[in-house]
Design a protein around this ligand. Structure first.
Ligand code: BTN
Length: 253
């Protein structure tokens, strides 16, 4: 690949000792005109948020907790492509920088050996308007949880226990932002958005697995067969394809 030159867009990095949540902070900043490419990072979050209104906990300095602001003209049905872009950039940065290969778990986790390494949370401001702000937050476990009862209990892992040496969070962030910028043009055209989803599907270890999916209204048990064009999970249950937009997936066997 040609050298893309210095990064231009995702360069406005604000690194805080502590915030309530980098997503909350950046959504507020988006409301007062922060430009695309603004990145909020915190060593610690007092009210970190995960999907489905869960909390995201991480001891101070032990994770890469970052949120990235995109301003895009997208239909709400296409927004999954933005979080897919960040999930892919994170996966590739982890492979390139640390030499650890991880898969995606639907919708937006990075996992290895069925243990969670990172989670992504995309939130919007101004949906339905001309200029939608999409904030994609990512939490990557860097030095916590170490192998042991806590990691087992949480079913989680961290980069340092996978690679066996200290990981520089700033270098990892810079590598990820380089890859975000390199892929950013894909959001501007339908083909690019489709290929983001195809790429994510190809690294999603959920696909092809027997799964149990808990939605707000039901539990499905079946085989995950792919992602639809909106990034929703297609699960085959007794020969019938069901589409899941929001839910918790457990990989069975
Ligand atoms: C999940 O797995 O449920 C998603 C977790 C997302 C956590 C990150 S940490 C940085 C950003 N700020 C937040 O409050 N949440 C995201």
């Amino acid at each position: 690949m040609n050298d893309p030159g210095p990064r231009r867009r995702f360069v406005h990095i604000l690194w805080f000792d502590q915030l309530d949540s980098t997503n909350t902070w950046l959504l507020d900043a988006a409301g007062t005109g922060a430009p695309e490419g603004t990145v909020a990072v915190a060593d610690h979050q007092s009210a970190g948020r995960g999907r489905l209104r869960r909390r995201w906990e991480s001891p101070p300095g032990s994770g890469l907790l970052a949120s990235i602001l995109f301003r895009v003209h997208l239909d709400p049905t296409e927004l999954f492509s933005v979080s897919a872009l960040v999930t892919l950039a994170a996966r590739d940065a982890i492979a390139g920088e640390i030499g650890v290969s991880v898969g995606a778990k639907w919708p937006n986790d990075l996992v290895t050996d069925n243990r969670k390494l990172a989670g992504v949370l995309a939130e919007t401001r101004g949906l339905g308007g001309e200029d939608v702000a999409v904030v994609v937050g990512i939490g990557i476990n860097v030095s916590w949880p170490a192998p042991g009862p806590e990691a087992t209990e949480l079913n989680a892992t961290c980069l340092e226990s996978l690679c066996g040496h200290p990981v520089d969070r700033r270098r990892l962030l810079e590598a990820m932002l380089d890859l975000v910028e390199r892929r950013r043009h894909q959001l501007d055209v339908a083909d690019g958005r489709a290929s983001l989803l195809h790429e994510l599907e190809s690294v999603t270890v959920t696909v092809g697995r027997r799964v149990r999916v808990q939605t707000s209204t039901s539990t499905l048990v079946g085989t995950a067969v792919g992602l639809d064009p909106r990034g929703q999970l297609i699960v085959e249950v007794d020969g019938v394809q069901r589409v899941v937009s929001v839910g918790d997936v457990v990989h069975l066997r």
